[in-house]
Design a protein. Structure first.
Lengths: 142, 188
């Protein structure tokens, strides 16, 4: 049976409020050692802010990070996926839309995040398992 | 002093301490006896030569390579493990003892229950280049547990070198017999 997003996603998501300043958001990113934050209102994801957003929208335009708010530069609306969606479907969305991560939502509420890195780990493990299965089968039939 | 294969055939787990220059010769003798004569299925784990060289050498000595399955821990691979087109070779990185252990266990588990079966680990001395001595000892200890579980006749090769003495003394305690082939001649 094909695995679902739930198997691969990371449940602990680092979030921020849309009304915090960019400076505060970057401080959270630094403290938590992450490259993006999911922007939530209550538990509903309303956007995502990544290193790329900070570079291209704030730094390149010489915005004052202590004054500009996250909601002004975040990517919104954010593409989301459901925990029960298939992994291959999630992968196809990341590739098609040229994004590296997607918040995972259940009943519109944030329950996790899926990244390219997580998918790469999953496919590497899968490849290894398949290789071992084939190897085992060929010994069995010797 | 001479040693025949009949002498070691009754033991399940044999540690062979071999001078470097004799490894190929001993290896080929074992395979000729068990694979060619006794029609054993062999899982051959190589830590020293890539699988192409191993196969080429064995074919040159007229060993039946159809019954030999290789775990190649030498050929550099981009992924932790992948399979070659033949489905008879699997690759592991020498520093990934966990992956090697999983591959060997998978092989042992899938070997037919009937008939002769052998496992060769050639040569564990190489593993010390990539892993700590303690990790190698733990790894071998774990593998020996798996070997006992599946009852597969196994040969563990180690080089007769000063640097390997502590490993040899540790591992020999877990084996049925350890033979130093520096002093013994193996006779077919």
């Amino acid at each position: 049976m094909e695995d679902t997003v739930k198997v691969v996603m990371v449940k602990h998501v680092i979030i921020c409020n849309p009304d915090v300043t960019l400076q505060d958001a970057v401080k959270i990113m630094k403290k938590k050692n992450v490259t993006c934050l999911v922007v939530v209102k209550g538990k509903v994801p309303v956007g995502i802010i990544t290193e790329r957003d900070i570079m291209f929208k704030a730094v390149a335009n010489n915005l004052d990070s202590s004054k500009v708010l996250v909601k002004q530069i975040m990517t919104s609306p954010v593409r989301t996926i459901k925990p029960e969606d298939k992994i291959y479907y999630a992968n196809s969305i990341l590739l098609k839309e040229g994004i590296k991560r997607m918040p995972v939502v259940k009943n519109n509420r944030l329950v996790g995040i899926l990244t390219q890195k997580d998918l790469l780990k999953y496919f590497t493990k899968l490849r290894k398992t398949l290789a071992l299965d084939k190897f085992g089968e060929s010994i069995k039939s010797a | 002093m001479e040693l025949t294969f009949k002498d070691i055939d009754s033991n399940e787990l044999v540690l062979l301490i071999i001078p470097g220059e004799k490894v190929d010769e001993i290896n080929e003798s074992i395979l000729e006896y068990f694979v060619n004569k006794k029609k054993a299925i062999c899982v051959y784990t190589t830590f020293t030569k890539p699988y192409q060289i191993v196969l080429k050498n064995l074919q040159k000595e007229k060993i039946d390579t159809d019954k030999i399955f290789l775990i190649d821990c030498v050929t550099p691979v981009s992924e932790p493990e992948e399979i070659s087109g033949t489905k008879k070779v699997i690759f592991c990185q020498p520093n990934s003892l966990t992956n090697i252990s999983i591959s060997v266990t998978t092989a042992l588990k899938n070997m037919p229950k009937e008939g002769n079966r052998i496992l060769i680990l050639d040569t564990i001395s190489t593993l010390i280049l990539y892993n700590s001595k303690n990790s190698v000892i733990k790894f071998i200890h774990h593998l020996i547990g798996e070997i006992r579980k599946y009852g597969v006749k196994s040969f563990i090769f180690t080089l007769d070198e000063e640097s390997d003495k502590s490993i040899i003394s540790e591992i020999s305690r877990f084996c049925d017999v350890s033979l130093n082939l520096s002093q013994l001649q193996m006779k077919k």
